[in-house]
Design a protein around this ligand. Structure first.
Ligand SMILES: Cc1ncc(COP(=O)(O)O)c(C=O)c1O
Length: 416
């Protein structure tokens, strides 16, 4: 389903005009469609039904509690990467038995917390991390269930900043090293080897890299199953891409499942998926108000009240986000959409054919549900935007706009 569509010339989120939301909650404003999130989750669960996967929503993508709760209520678990995410997932009511914890730099405090909580397993990235989990598990009288992250060295054909499954990346262990690390895990007290993990990258739009990676790890999984009696999970990570451009063909979950299920089923393992972007990316829009129009001999600029501190993806990865006028217009202009921040990298579109809208009108930056608010900051002392969730004709504030007080709340006065 498409979360944002024109009705009577007004861009709507489900049944609510974005203009109404902007009026009520102000701009810049993140708007999320609950129905879109649930439709994406449902399509993935249905496509992979033959292997009954545990779908662990990757909380880093959009960590708002309302988003986590929406997915948890539909049956999702969570993929965590910090103690803060563990706390958010706990507060959202996610059962620890549906939590997996990834990341190359887990601290002692984070590991101890996760052990106490009794999470399903840690996805482990290095030998020293195994030793750390073992020591802490022993101290706490707990069992650290571990799945080693194997780096299958496949090219996910995505932006290099979001490619994680190649040998040069910092993530995971190569095959030879992984076997040694499994042997180490087997010797260390307090650990139980329960699975194998991989995550090859993000925004992947074809099945091929996933299939290649599964084919590569399958023989090792079979071997590990023989060797370690508790080995039962294959976590194939996230990375499913979404269309950001109107004509971009989506990665259909059914097509992905058609390739992967025949490879996964014979393994006889419990399958874990860790999608993030796929579930929430196109559920979100960043609604922003045009402040000024400006031009010079080379360029036309539409200056809006959202900025790179709200949505950094264009600046960080030259990512494309479709931009639509909230009130439909046929007028077009070739130009840039830029924010007020003092960086030339503060843009949402460059040299693009855009809706021509005057100051005071609203634009919607689409595809902003994933790695949008979650990556936002207070740069230039800009309070973070508000977030709203839409459910049919209903809407609710799920994070209020930050205030000037919020900007300085954590600072302390020096008295010397
Ligand atoms: C281990 C792991 N799993 C899942 C994800 C989610 O990725 P995506 O949003 O591309 O599905 C990430 C993203 O960085 C990750 O590092």
């Amino acid at each position: 389903m498409n979360a944002f569509e024109y009705r009577n010339g007004q861009l709507h989120a489900e049944e609510v005009p974005l203009a109404t939301l902007a009026e009520q909650y102000g701009t810049p404003l993140f708007v999320y469609s609950r129905a879109h999130i649930l439709a994406q989750y449902g399509a993935l669960a249905q496509a992979f039904a033959a292997v009954r996967p545990l779908i662990c929503y990757s909380v880093k993508t959009n960590s708002n509690g309302a988003v986590i709760k929406t997915l948890a209520a539909a049956g999702a678990g969570v993929d965590l990467v910090s103690g803060g995410e563990l706390e958010r997932a706990r507060r959202a009511g996610v059962a620890p038995s549906k939590m997996v914890f990834a990341g190359v730099g887990k601290t002692e405090v984070e590991i101890a917390d996760a052990l106490r909580a009794g999470i399903l397993f840690f996805t482990v990235e290095s030998e020293p991390e195994l030793v750390r989990i073992s020591n802490l598990a022993r101290r706490l009288g707990a069992t650290g269930r571990v799945a080693l992250r194997v780096n299958p060295d496949v090219d996910p054909q995505t932006h290099k900043y979001i490619s994680t499954g190649k040998q040069e990346n910092k993530f995971g262990l190569d095959f030879a090293r992984a076997e040694q690390a499994y042997a180490l895990a087997a010797r260390l007290p307090g650990l139980e080897i329960v699975g194998l993990h991989m995550h090859i990258g993000s925004q992947i739009l074809t099945s091929r890299p996933f299939a290649e990676a599964v084919r590569k790890v399958a023989p090792l999984c079979a071997e590990l199953q023989q060797r370690y009696p508790a080995f039962r999970y294959l976590d194939i990570g996230g990375g499913l891409g979404i269309p950001y451009q109107p004509d971009q063909p989506p990665l259909k979950p059914a097509a992905l499942a058609r390739e992967l299920v025949p490879l996964l089923q014979p393994l006889g393992l419990e399958i874990v998926l860790e999608p993030g972007r796929y579930l929430v990316g196109n559920a979100g829009a960043l609604v922003t108000r045009v402040q000024y129009l400006k031009d010079n001999p080379l360029k036309k600029f539409i200056i809006v009240d959202a900025a790179m501190n709200d949505l950094i993806r264009p600046s960080l990865y030259q990512a494309y986000h479709e931009i639509q006028a909230v009130r439909a217009t046929s007028a077009r202009v070739l130009g840039d959409v830029v924010g007020p921040i003092c960086e030339s990298g503060d843009f949402f579109a460059q040299d693009r054919d855009l809706p021509a809208v005057p100051p005071g009108e609203l634009l919607a930056v689409l595809g902003a549900g994933a790695y949008g608010f979650a990556m936002s900051s207070n740069y230039n002392s800009r309070p973070r935007a508000a977030e709203v969730m839409v459910h049919g004709a209903q809407h609710a504030l799920i994070r209020r706009r930050e205030t000037w007080d919020d900007l300085v709340r954590h600072e302390a006065e020096v008295t010397w």
